[in-house]
Write a protein that binds this ligand. Sequence first.
Ligand code: HEM
Length: 209
Amino acid sequence: HQPQKIAAMEANWNTGAHVPLVLFALPDEAAKENRIELAIPDGASVILRHSTSGVVPGLNDYPGNHPPVFPVFWGFRVMVGTGILMLIVSWSAAFFLKRRRSLPKPLALIMVPMALSGWLATLAGWYTTEIGRQPWLVTGILKTADAVGPVAGSHVALTLAVYLILYVLLLIAYLGVLVHLALKAAKEGDTSPLPGVMNAAMSQPAAGE
Ligand code: HEM
């Protein structure tokens, strides 16, 4: 139960009923308000309390005890926005492949950066969860600052550096395999929308035919 986190995710400053669902905003932590706001009236009360008069907790109930609002608010929106984009792109692609058996070029081009969408949404979701629970490690019981271990900063830096090197090597290997597969498909003249998968599936007679 992390009321500060949901208040930060929704950029809701004041506890009360009839709380709007803030779609987009520029939360201003110093002024304790949203500078620009696009919101659906009563939306947060309905979603979180199932009633337009439902009372939703606000950040001002937790002075000095809530997470930084901007990264949590926007981390959540990047995650949800990417998820919605994934649905739109994949469902449109499925539609075109079924009806026309090919992808329109703009959609095929959009799919290239969408290769990173899972990574982006996962990172944004993780930021939402981890930054959102600050300053608590266990909400109401143990603060992050009180749980810092005796491990030296240099040890942490060394471990981080080893992880980074390992992941850079894995990234290089991953990109190498992708380029290798793409060049192989191009050389063999395979121009199917999903090489080797969709064409094979579409040209196979159904079982029993
Ligand atoms: C499409 C609409 C989506 C909604 C409504 C949604 C909602 C949520 C919510 C409510 C949380 C928990 C936040 C918290 O209380 O700590 C969360 C966490 C998370 N989400 Fe999403 N999400 C969506 C899409 C995605 C997508 C597409 C991905 C990844 C491909 C993703 C990855 C994550 C991850 C990794 C976490 C953190 C989990 C953890 O560390 O416990 N989400 N999401």
